[in-house]
Design a protein around this ligand. Structure first.
Ligand SMILES: [Zn+2]
Length: 91
């Protein structure tokens, strides 16, 4: 099965660029997300109806290192980065 990377709201290809790779908490995605579908960061923010705060995002590689927009919101501390690497090593 081919994964659909199209934003369900605006139709943009979320695979283009890095700013649409992100991970939010299950609670937020459950409320505002589109299940197994994709939403670009902008559309998710529109659904959310407010600016993002760091607590919206889960500690993961995408948020900390891939997406410059999300990274700027989270501004992960050295401790948090170390904590993430510690977790990743377990797998
Ligand atoms: Zn969109």
């Amino acid at each position: 099965m081919k994964w659909d990377y199209t934003c369900k709201d605006c139709g943009v290809n979320t695979k283009k660029g890095k700013i649409n790779f992100y991970g939010v908490t299950e609670e937020l995605w459950g409320k505002y997300g589109v299940g197994k579908g994709m939403l670009c960061l902008e559309c998710f923010k529109k659904r959310l109806g407010r600016e993002f705060v760091r607590e919206d995002f889960i500690p993961c590689f995408l948020n900390y290192f891939v997406n410059p927009v999300v990274r700027d919101i989270i501004k992960p501390t050295e401790e948090e980065v170390n904590c993430l690497f510690h977790k990743l090593r377990k797998y």
